[in-house]
Design a binder for this molecule. Structure first.
Ligand SMILES: [Zn+2]
Length: 77
């Protein structure tokens, strides 16, 4: 499978520990204790790690928004 990302400079590899799979999902999150509402952190995830990464953040009480990779989120409410 190839994705039309030739002009996209951002890394597209999954953020899962030890995972080198191409990312299909973007997990947008922030830590409300240290990040303002305008701050958005992004982890990239493959299909296998999408829910694990989102659950990891959700378990810490962090707001999380999952989108297809390449989608920009202005804020994580
Ligand atoms: Zn992965």
């Amino acid at each position: 499978m190839s994705l039309p990302l030739a002009d996209h400079a951002a890394p597209t590899q999954c953020s899962g520990a030890g995972c080198r799979a191409p990312a299909a999902w973007a997990v947008h999150w922030r830590n409300p204790r240290i990040h303002g509402v305008e701050r958005v952190k992004v982890w990239l995830a493959c299909d296998a790690h999408r829910s694990a990464l989102a659950d990891y953040l959700g378990a810490r009480g962090f707001p999380v928004v999952v989108t297809a990779v390449g989608v920009t989120v202005a804020a994580v409410p």
